[in-house]
Ligand binder design. Structure first.
Ligand SMILES: Cc1cc2nc3c(=O)[nH]c(=O)nc-3n(C[C@H](O)[C@H](O)[C@H](O)COP(=O)(O)OP(=O)(O)OC[C@H]3O[C@@H](n4cnc5c(N)ncnc54)[C@H](O)[C@@H]3O)c2cc1C
Length: 423
């Protein structure tokens, strides 16, 4: 394969994974990020079996399993205590399968440290990309406050949903969410292996996701989230914190202890979500991957996993196609159906959990919940949640990881680390 000079815009999961995979193929990779010191913003996320399959190929699955929290099921309970969502990974029928709740910082650290160790990658912080020009010599990046870059054979847009390269409106969703990472304390009433949610119709949702430990010696944490309409955020900022906490506790009384650990508004980050799909992810010497190609509400917890699959597909396309245009077409083509499917499924499911409709949550609780406990709906629901609906791995030459082996070796390493004297 020809050795390409590649520029990647964005140091998120998509950009870092693509950078690692391409540098390992022998390409010369330069990653540009706007932040003075690249790092993740926000709290936790779910790594699904799809994302774990790519991390496994990168040699990072064990670290992610060790630093994150093993999640065996997603459980949702409505305001009167009825369980209306029970999606165990066991229903996948894959030996020992699980998801991983992880702090964004832990996922970022694993990918970033691997990129720093990998020869052939340079990371340029403080480079806010504003656009790009293409001529016979290649593609250059333009920046907000500096001279254009040298020419690259290929530019990868991994700059997330606010990308400059898709001029279409961003499709901001009416509901966003407040997020906080909070320490776990002994006696907390949460199951360490569940993503738990509570709903009042679809207008209010609180959730707790165990996200493991950020470092070998830090305390385990959970990500707490509370859905909030974008237009109500300003009013929330003016509401006394204790008044808001009382409202959350009315929906989920067991949260009182956790909420007591929120003492300032600054502990909470308000995240907005955009639902959009770039109509043309492939251009001349250019491809969009991850959220820059497609973004959606995190209701199904797929974004980072889709980003990892896109990065893998791109590396495979570069290895297999003859011309650069064909390589990029192949890369996008292998992902297109799965992306389309999940964009639609997420669009359909999100209003069941985040909307002001009275009918949709009633349908969710009275029709979909009982149905989802039956065969074959239980298996379909598990496939949807895990990212495996639509069979995305086979066309990419990926297989589900060896979960039992991963879990066993991650716990062996954790035990060995905890036996070390701590400074
Ligand atoms: C609250 C919340 C919860 C989520 N939960 C989940 C979950 O449970 N599971 C899941 O899989 N996904 C989840 N997601 C989605 C997931 O975070 C994204 O899909 C994922 O981060 C996309 O990765 P990315 O690398 O494409 O983009 P990003 O992570 O957005 O990274 C983009 C990078 O590009 C840089 N950048 C942006 N613009 C420029 C520019 N002009 N110049 C240079 N650099 C630039 C940014 O600084 C950033 O480092 C969640 C998202 C949110 C907001």
């Amino acid at each position: 394969m020809d050795r390409l000079s590649v520029a990647i815009i964005g140091c998120g999961p998509a950009g870092l994974a693509a950078g690692l995979l391409l540098a390992r193929q022998g390409h010369e990779v330069a990653i540009f990020d706007q932040f003075a010191s690249p790092g993740p913003v926000g709290s936790g996320l779910m790594i699904q079996p799809t994302g774990l399959a790519v991390l496994d190929q990168l040699g990072l699955a064990e670290e992610v399993v060790r630093r994150g929290a093993r999640i065996d099921a997603l459980q949702g309970i409505e305001e009167h205590g009825r369980c209306v969502l029970d999606a165990p990974y066991a229903a996948l029928g894959l030996q020992g399968a699980f998801g991983i709740g992880i702090h964004r910082a832990s996922l970022f650290d694993a990918l970033h440290a691997a990129a720093l160790r990998q020869s052939g990658i340079t990371i340029h912080a403080g480079h806010a990309v504003t656009g790009s020009t293409c001529d016979a010599s290649g593609r250059r990046l333009t920046f907000a406050d500096r001279e254009p870059s040298a020419s690259f054979d290929l530019v990868i847009d991994a700059s997330g949903w606010r990308t400059h390269f898709d001029p279409a409106p961003k499709g901001i969703l009416p509901f966003g969410a407040l997020w906080a990472s909070l320490p776990v304390e002994p006696g907390d009433p949460f199951a360490g292996n569940l993503l738990e949610q509570r709903y009042r119709r679809a207008a209010q949702m609180a959730g707790v996701l165990p996200i493991g430990t950020r470092t070998e010696v830090s305390m385990p944490e959970v990500a707490f989230f509370w859905s909030l309409k974008v237009e109500d955020h300003a009013a929330w900022c003016d509401t006394p914190l204790e008044e808001w906490k009382a409202e959350v506790s009315r929906l989920w009384p067991d949260l009182e202890g956790l909420l007591a650990r929120i003492t300032t508004r600054e502990q909470l980050t308000f995240a907005r979500y955009a639902h959009r799909t770039h109509p043309g992810p492939v251009g001349e010497r250019m491809i969009a991957i991850g959220d820059a190609w497609h973004s959606a509400s995190p209701q199904l917890g797929q974004g980072a996993n889709m980003a990892l699959l896109d990065a893998w597909s791109l590396a495979r396309g570069l290895a297999e196609g003859r011309t650069l245009a064909e390589k990029l077409r192949l890369a996008a083509g292998w992902r297109r159906d799965h992306v389309w499917l999940y964009q639609w499924v997420t669009r359909l499911f999100t209003p069941l959990y985040q909307s002001e409709s009275r009918y949709l949550p009633a349908i969710r609780d009275r029709a979909l919940a009982p149905l989802s406990r039956r065969w074959p709906a239980k298996g379909i629901q598990a496939r949807l949640m895990s990212g495996l609906f639509g069979f995305p791995l086979a066309p990419l030459g990926l297989a589900a990881p060896d979960y039992e082996g991963l879990a066993a070796s991650a716990s062996r390493i954790s035990l060995a680390a905890s036996a070390l004297p701590q400074s």
